[in-house]
Ligand binder design. Structure first.
Ligand code: ZN
Length: 250
């Protein structure tokens, strides 16, 4: 009887130990499964993130930052005389490759407001230099206490130094209802800017983008970049500088 009961006690003790070990096994196993699950979840999220950025990159138009219509000319990209092959539209010259689009863009703009007209197109670096120097001289004449540097700084709020103006590409036009910068009806400007991409143009110096372009708002300066790029840039509110960065990342 005593032997029987001590055997029972031993069996019970073994049982308790087994249960305890099994419990620990279950606990550890569950934790591991949890961390596996966690890793799997992270992987899914990472894959999703990769897919999103790949999707964004692939939705970029199939163009190269080296394409002729995406050439970048600004104060950080001073460019020598480019001598494009020119075509004449109402006395304004543009790169002959964009002549048809410019004509069509102008015609569409004139349907919005009959007063829309081309003010400026291609300007050689030499002509831009002449223009720039005249402006500097004017500023100095208006205020004799200005140094050369101060006068140039003043001029650069409305005109580019030679080699830094997009007009030398033949891919930029100034188009407005009036011959003064930022004096056109903003509603008309908004409508023209909206239809510009259809003809491959973008409003090149939008409001609140001076940090990217280095240029204050200009309601008349349109730049040809090609239809696909113009539509993408407008949709995503990108300047040419920002857009080219994205293309180079791709
Ligand atoms: Zn311009």
């Amino acid at each position: 009887m005593r032997k029987k009961s001590s055997l029972l006690t031993v069996l019970l003790q073994v049982g308790v130990v087994l249960l305890f070990v099994f419990g620990i096994y279950l606990f550890l196993n569950k934790d591991q499964q949890g961390s596996h699950h966690e890793t799997a979840k992270n992987k899914t999220e990472q894959t999703a993130q990769k897919k999103t950025s790949a999707h964004q990159a692939s939705s970029l138009p199939d163009v190269s930052p080296d394409d002729w219509e995406l050439v970048l000319v600004n104060r950080d990209h001073i460019t020598a005389e480019m001598n494009p092959d020119l075509a004449d539209i109402n006395g304004i010259s543009v790169d002959s490759r964009i002549a048809e689009n410019t004509r069509n863009f102008l015609a569409a703009a004139q349907k919005v407001d009959a007063g829309e007209h081309l003010i400026s197109g291609y300007r050689s670096v030499a002509y831009q230099e002449e223009l720039y120097n005249n402006y500097v001289a004017q500023e100095k004449a208006n205020n004799s206490s200005l140094s050369q540097e101060e006068a140039e700084k003043q001029v650069q709020t409305y005109s580019q130094p030679p080699g830094a103006s997009e007009h030398q590409t033949g891919l930029a036009v100034d188009m407005s209802t009036v011959d003064s910068l930022n004096e056109s009806d903003p509603d008309v400007v908004a409508k023209i800017a909206e239809l510009a991409p259809k003809y491959g143009f973008v409003l090149r110096f939008p409001k609140d983008k001076k940090s990217a372009t280095g240029i204050d708002y200009e309601d008349w300066h349109y730049r040809y970049v090609g239809v696909k790029s113009a539509k993408y840039m407008t949709k995503h509110n990108l300047t040419l500088e920002e857009y080219l960065e994205k293309l180079k990342e791709k």
